[in-house]
Design a protein around this ligand. Structure first.
Ligand SMILES: Nc1ncnc2c1ncn2[C@@H]1O[C@H](COP(=O)(O)OP(=O)(O)O)[C@@H](O)[C@H]1O
Ligand SMILES: Nc1ccc(Oc2c(Cl)cccc2Cl)nc1
Length: 213
């Protein structure tokens, strides 16, 4: 029921793997959103349509102050559009790069927000499975927003699919063993270390070295 005509499109907020993200204003409500534009051709080419459908299905049902809202989606001939909450202060990892590492107070505040968001997700049998600085955005009040549920699953149909970087994966996931919601708690611990030290604890050049560490 949404179409592109419902929005005034503003400046690009960033470039993702499958397209751009723009600031936009929904005309009737004057509500500012982030409009993520994905090219169907690239989704098909990378065979991520099922992942996108799962991301939309899961994220659209989650309502929590530290989880980025997904208000809806629509599509046209060539593109799929995701209507997302706008995270006014952008990516957390850019902030971490800028100040190298965070103070204990700041790290504790972020970890507490993420813990509350994960309690909420796990309460709904949703595992995120890809908690890392790149997937954390910052709202206008400096509040953390977990984004990118592309790797999340509803635990009634657990998946062994491997994810991106190994840095944040617990041993059971790296070994493609059975895994449950505790994988997110492992990643939270990795994040806590990285917030305080500026690098993840098991970082190494090769995957095999990260795995051994
Ligand atoms: N909801 C949002 N609010 C503000 N900026 C965003 C939002 N979503 C994405 N961005 C910006 O757009 C960039 C690319 O979007 P992203 O969803 O990360 O693409 P991908 O996941 O394909 O890499 C991000 O790095 C971020 O800078
Ligand atoms: N439920 C749902 C959510 C998102 C979604 O995106 C699309 C669309 Cl609209 C068209 C083609 C391919 C994909 Cl992946 N399709 C269904």
């Amino acid at each position: 029921r949404w179409t592109l005509n419902d929005f005034d499109i503003g400046k690009p907020l960033g470039r993702g793997k499958f397209g751009h993200v723009y600031i936009a204003k929904e005309k009737r409500s004057n509500h500012i959103v982030a409009l993520k534009v994905l090219f169907k051709s690239q989704l098909k080419q990378s065979q991520v349509e099922h992942q996108l459908r799962r991301e939309v299905e899961i994220q659209s049902h989650l309502r929590h102050p530290n989880i980025l809202r997904l208000y809806g989606y629509f599509y046209d001939q060539k593109r799929v559009y995701l209507i997302l909450e706008n995270a006014a202060k952008g990516e957390l990892y850019k902030e971490l790069q800028r100040c190298k590492y965070f103070s204990e107070r700041r790290a504790a505040t972020y970890i507490a927000s993420l813990a509350r968001a994960l309690i909420y997700c796990h309460g709904k049998h949703v595992i995120h499975r890809d908690i890392k600085p790149e997937n954390l955005l910052v709202g206008a009040q400096g509040d953390l927003k977990i984004a990118d549920f592309g790797w999340s699953v509803h635990t009634f149909n657990r998946r062994q699919t491997m994810c991106g970087t190994l840095d944040y994966l617990p041993p059971e996931m790296v070994e493609s063993a059975e895994h449950d919601a505790s994988v997110d708690i492992w990643s939270l611990g990795i994040l806590c270390y990285e917030f305080l030290y500026g690098i993840p604890p098991f970082e190494a050049k090769e995957h095999s070295d990260t795995y051994r560490r």
